[in-house]
Design a protein. Structure first.
Ligand SMILES: *Cc1c(COP(=O)(O)O)cnc(C)c1O
Length: 423
């Protein structure tokens, strides 16, 4: 099935139930068992079926199947936010004493989670340059459990060398996790380039209208074999799990990575996706590729305008031929489309503030991927928890302004930026 068909049909059969065209919202906490034997079979995984909405929900299940189809994955699990998707993906393989390798170009929330919060659980993060992966292989050791990066990073708008990262990871038997939130499943599918695990904040382009928070983890086919081949590095998948009556995940004929997220992490930590939010996200997915195409087109128009304005500099948009990642956008992203994020530099911090405060159509918002255009000052907001050195390394100067270009007419968007820059 082609992506746009999967976006509309995967995971839902309207001949079931009442034949509703809209996927029903199963707003329930728990599910009745036929009898005690049925209940026992479900808990023992002898039979698959719903037990409790913290673990599974039929509405969320449709979204999971749809995402797995869109990302060319073998399985998916939805969670309450992008942040919990990242945490679960990492915590599924790393424990106290382990380390992970993280990109130097990451979303602010991922930076605090992966450098500060997980350190409190004894997991350390080492930073590598994702744009060329030149320092990646040298940092891998016996305790390295995952390589985490963003395909198209927010807010630096840099494209990772996905092929090289995948190749180094494969050679060393280390799991790769790609945050594909900004590129979106409509433009790029990391699994097709050799990545093991894909995460998204579905709060952004998937939702599309800023109406719900969500996250998803997708795994490629064949993860059980990967864990068996690398069983020394990943013993939790090949040895009995004492918390699940001795289950050996790699023996189960289900997508292993997301199975363990569900049975261990979601069960115990519980950041479950709300069924209503799943429904909003299912509706968003139907138009994802259409919206992202228009976001990309609008962003290119806006970026060209900004590039022509002498009062701003360093317009960063990988759809521009002048951009250092233009070649990577052409190589990796569908038709070279580069999604909706642009950054540029104002002459000073004061000028940046003035532009942000003078814009009328662009709302001052830290979100991205909304149909409405958004503007933000990353250094004082999304990345304000980073220190001076971290900000410099992440390429976030105090003069940088980030735009999430929406779906309005670009005539109006460019007029608005013009008056804000000249104000
Ligand atoms: C927003 C975002 C996240 C976090 O997602 P939430 O749904 O807000 O928890 C993670 N990664 C990227 C790239 C993001 O843009």
């Amino acid at each position: 099935m082609q992506n746009q068909t999967a976006a509309i049909h995967a995971g839902y059969d309207n001949s079931q139930g009442h034949g509703t065209m809209s996927v029903p919202i199963t707003q329930t906490t728990a599910y009745a068992f036929r009898d005690s034997e049925h209940a026992a079979n479900l808990f023992a995984l002898k039979e698959l079926g719903p037990i409790y909405t913290r673990l599974t929900n039929p509405t969320t299940d449709v979204l999971e199947q749809r995402y797995a189809a869109l990302e060319n994955g073998a399985g998916a699990i939805c969670v309450a936010s992008g942040q919990s998707a990242i945490f679960y993906a990492v915590a599924n393989v790393a424990v106290a004493g382990d380390n992970i390798l993280i990109s130097d170009k990451l979303y602010g929330g991922a930076v605090t989670l992966l450098t500060h919060t997980i350190k409190r659980f004894g997991i350390t993060a080492k930073v590598f340059k994702s744009e060329d992966a030149s320092d990646l292989e040298a940092q891998i050791d016996d305790k390295t459990k995952a390589i985490f990066f963003e395909s198209l990073s927010n807010p630096q708008i840099a494209i990772a060398d996905v092929e090289k990262i995948a190749e180094i990871a494969k050679r060393n038997g280390v799991l790769t996790i790609c945050d594909n939130t900004v590129a979106t499943a409509a433009l790029f599918n990391p699994i097709n380039w050799g990545i093991d695990i894909v995460v998204h904040s579905t709060s952004k382009y998937t939702n599309g209208q800023g109406t719900a928070i969500g996250g998803v983890i997708v795994e490629r086919d064949g993860m059980a074999e990967f864990f068996k081949e690398n069983s020394e590095r990943y013993p939790d998948f090949t040895q009995p799990d004492p918390s699940y009556h001795g289950l050996v995940y790699s023996d189960v004929p289900l997508p292993n990575f997301t199975l363990r997220v569900r049975l261990a992490l979601l069960r115990d930590i519980g950041a479950a996706q709300a069924p209503f939010n799943s429904w909003l996200l299912i509706n968003g997915i139907e138009t994802l590729s259409l919206r992202v195409a228009q976001h990309s087109k609008n962003a290119l128009d806006v970026a060209k305008y900004l590039e022509s304005n002498p009062k701003v500099s360093n317009v960063c948009y990988p759809g521009l031929e002048s951009n250092k990642d233009y070649g990577k956008a052409q190589k990796y992203f569908k038709d070279g489309q580069a999604s909706g994020l642009i950054s540029f530099e104002a002459a000073s911090y004061e000028e940046a503030k003035k532009i942000i405060d003078s814009a009328k159509l662009f709302s001052v918002v830290v979100n991205i991927g909304d149909s409405k255009s958004l503007i933000v000052h990353p250094a004082s907001t999304t990345h304000s928890q980073m220190n001076e050195e971290e900000l410099i390394n992440a390429g976030i100067k105090s003069t940088v302004v980030r735009l999430s270009v929406g779906l309005e007419d670009t005539v109006d968007l460019i007029d608005d930026l013009k008056q804000a820059i000249d104000a």
